[in-house]
Design a binder for this molecule. Structure first.
Ligand code: PLP
Length: 380
């Protein structure tokens, strides 16, 4: 079976995990946590990056930092993962879903303004597949209406919009290092703080609402409960795994891009012949090959193609069920405007096997089967 995803593994992770164990400090904020943070701060030229236990945790921290209260509204695309919405629902917010652009599957920046009310507190762009949202426009709207921009850059680590790294453009950015993402620590993530405004409070929230981080830096002589918070600091064991990956971040990125480009080149003719649509990368964006997807005619054709690939030992998968159609989405949110593309485009989308180290033979097989499906079998 060619799996859809295999967690990234470089080979140095075990050595670093052993080092963490031998240092007798396996809770958070040890040497590997610090190394990972510093690496990202330098690479992405951003003020502060704090490791967290997941992107979901980062989003929850962002919702607390944003001061979201019951009754507030938060704008986000309807085509996203549940965590984007959960973080704000947990604080009592109402989610206002906006339609996506059919080309990038990202929030349609031209529909955001109509969704703003006097209760709106934040806009949460999600960089789907590591392809940046139209951030200049989003920042301009946010500025005019005095709203925070919280980037869900779970899939966007190492990708750029213009000359800025995704996650470092809005007020707060959230990364994921889940095993399905480009760089992994099993479960984990990071919160990116562009300026100092939220830094102190972010450290407090991450350390169960205490000023423990300050205490360890010798800035206060005892540590105490300051605010509401939780346990969002990951263990050194996880950070050690991530460190192995970050050291080789360019190698992982190049390898993924090579696979992405192979798929994109090999499937070009199918698009020309009108069978599929390939991903669109706006010229402002440098993507990170987080995902390679194709779009077929409709749900029925997609179901047949998934089945055909499965029979031939290839695992290809669809993605999000639009949140506004899910039970919790109906309960906690509303869709602003018309669902022109979210449902329709999500039903056409199929993700192909994509991971660090996928073999040439495997990806060739994937392409061959897709061509066969459309050309030989004509989808029958
Ligand atoms: C993966 C993902 C998340 C959640 O990340 P975790 O680290 O698993 O919590 C959130 N948003 C998006 C868009 C994702 O792809």
């Amino acid at each position: 079976m060619i799996d859809f995803n295999v967690p990234p593994y470089i080979g140095t992770e075990e050595k670093y995990i052993k080092e963490a164990i031998n240092s007798h400090a396996i809770c958070g904020d040890g040497q590997f946590t610090k190394k990972c943070s510093k690496w990202m701060e330098e690479k992405f030229s951003v003020n502060r990056v704090l490791l967290t236990t997941s992107c979901s945790s980062s989003l929850e921290m962002a919702a607390i930092l944003a001061g979201i209260e019951p009754g507030d509204e938060v704008i986000m695309p309807a085509f996203t993962f549940v965590s984007t919405a959960n973080a704000f629902v947990l604080r009592g917010a109402k989610i206002v879903f906006v339609d996506i652009r059919p080309d990038t599957m990202n929030i349609d920046e031209n529909l955001i303004e109509a969704a703003i009310t006097e209760k709106t507190k934040a806009i949460v762009p999600v960089h789907y597949a590591g392809v940046g949202c139209e951030m200049d426009k989003i920042l301009e709207i946010a500025k005019r209406h005095n709203l925070l921009v919280i980037e869900d850059a779970a899939q966007g680590v190492m990708a750029k919009y213009k000359d800025r790294f995704l996650g470092t453009i809005g007020d707060i950015g959230c990364y994921s290092f889940h095993e399905t993402k480009n760089y992994s620590m099993g479960e984990g993530g990071a919160i990116v703080l562009r300026d100092d405004r939220f830094l102190e409070m972010a450290e407090i929230i991450r350390e169960k609402g205490t000023n423990r981080s300050k205490f360890y830096r010798g800035q206060v002589d005892k540590y105490t409960w300051i605010e509401h918070g939780s346990s969002y600091l990951p263990s050194e064991l996880n950070a050690a795994y991530l460190w192995g990956q970050l050291e080789e971040a360019d190698k992982i990125n190049d390898n993924r891009l090579e696979t992405w480009n192979y798929y994109n080149e090999s499937l070009k003719q199918l698009e020309i012949d009108g069978y599929i649509t390939r991903p669109y990368i706006p010229k402002e964006c440098t993507h990170n090959a987080h995902m390679y997807y194709i779009k077929v005619k409709d749900l029925e054709e997609r179901t047949k193609l998934i089945q055909y690939l499965k029979e031939n030992e290839v695992q290809a998968v669809f993605h999000y069920v639009p949140l506004h159609t899910a039970p919790a989405g109906i309960k906690y949110g509303r869709f602003c405007g018309e669902d022109r593309y979210t449902t329709k485009e999500s039903e056409r989308l199929l993700r192909l096997p994509m991971y660090y180290g996928i073999t040439k033979e495997d990806r060739e097989k994937v392409v061959r089967l897709i061509k066969e499906f459309f050309i030989t079998n004509k989808g029958e």
